[in-house]
Design a protein around this ligand. Structure first.
Ligand SMILES: [Zn+2]
Length: 339
């Protein structure tokens, strides 16, 4: 199929990419850029537009101030009759994220048209108001999941797959990513098509170095050759809508979680994500770490602790490798929030 745009637009997209590289002090995800062939922003309006968008971001923060009561996070207590640690670990982090930024949570749940995220938001509100416990919120969602998939979400002394749980909680019929086949040698490209990649990004054997690096370098070879130059072609994925919460499943392949991830969005705009949660697995049990937007790290184990999370210090004293183990357990999930 013929490209739908001209060469000059191509170059504009490339110029935007290189400009981002040189102006940003930190690395930016250049792979997950807007599709080639989509309309670029005219160059002379870029700086104005960027300023205007920054102003909008500031306004949102002012209108929806972050709660000051989030300093001591609460975690869920383990159910020894019906093993609940997968739910406890994930919901402990999600409750903190909800509490810290309800506006983002609601916008994200609405955009994804996610029943589970909306139900969780309503439940978290009840928990924060004291009309329900976090464990009751957990048990209600668990009941729904069990009724739909009894073998995946069992009761009793059986483990639950955190990967399956996360996939179900964040599943959505709304497509937020596209994949695009491009030639590795010439300028040929196919139009982007809808992709299944959603809020959860699964790390497989091709993952390398860090969450950031993996996203930035991810591409799949495709069988067909370029119709114009007969060279190899690759397929790359990019988000057309950046979800409020982005999760990396490390259970198959452990990778260092980057503290920050930045995407090059449309119109030279930076889309930033901050690492805010880490989930661990070992000895048939899941635990969690919460990271506040200010960098305070908190640990919670619903089986051995009460509901209060324990301070672990600050991220400035930790390296990326420090996040990969926690009290002998291995990192299986990293959770990022769009800032
Ligand atoms: Zn080619």
């Amino acid at each position: 199929m013929l490209p739908v745009t001209t060469d000059s637009q191509w170059q504009l997209v490339d110029k935007e990419k290189s400009k981002l590289k040189s102006t940003a002090s930190e690395k930016v995800l250049t792979n997950f850029v807007p599709a080639k062939g989509t309309a670029p922003i005219p160059k002379n309006t870029e700086s104005k537009k960027r300023k205007a968008e920054n102003d909008v971001d500031i306004d949102i923060t002012k209108k929806f101030p972050r709660s000051s009561t989030v300093s001591k996070p609460r975690g869920l207590l383990w159910d020894g009759d019906n093993y609940s640690c997968a739910y406890d670990a994930l919901f402990t982090v999600l409750y903190y994220i909800w509490k810290d930024n309800k506006f983002m949570w609601n916008v994200n749940a609405r955009h994804l048209q996610s029943q589970h995220l909306q139900t969780l938001g309503t439940g978290f509100l009840a928990a924060s108001q004291g009309t329900k416990s976090l464990e009751e919120v957990r048990d209600a969602i668990r009941k729904t999941l069990y009724s739909e998939f009894p073998h995946i979400f069992p009761y009793g002394h059986e483990g639950t797959s955190l990967s399956e749980l996360t996939q179900k909680i964040f599943s959505s019929d709304v497509k937020i990513s596209k994949s695009q086949v491009t030639c590795t040698m010439c300028d040929f490209f196919n139009p982007p098509i809808d992709d299944e990649t959603g809020s959860v990004y699964v790390m497989d054997k091709t993952a390398s170095k860090s969450t950031f690096h993996t996203l930035n370098t991810s591409s799949q070879p495709v069988a067909e050759l370029c119709p114009e130059c007969q060279s190899k072609m690759i397929s790359r994925i990019h988000y057309v809508h950046h979800p409020g919460i982005l999760l990396f499943d490390h259970s198959v392949h452990t990778i260092k979680p980057s503290k920050n991830i930045k995407f090059a969005g449309t119109g030279n705009r930076l889309i930033k994500y901050k690492l805010q949660g880490l989930l661990y697995f070992g000895n048939f049990h899941f635990t969690s770490c919460i990271i506040s937007p200010e960098g305070d790290v908190w640990y919670h184990d619903g089986m051995t602790m009460d509901s209060e999370a324990k301070s672990q210090g600050h991220t400035k004293f930790m390296s990326g490798e420090d996040y990969q183990k926690c009290y002998g357990r291995k990192l299986v999930m990293s959770i990022y929030v769009k800032s």
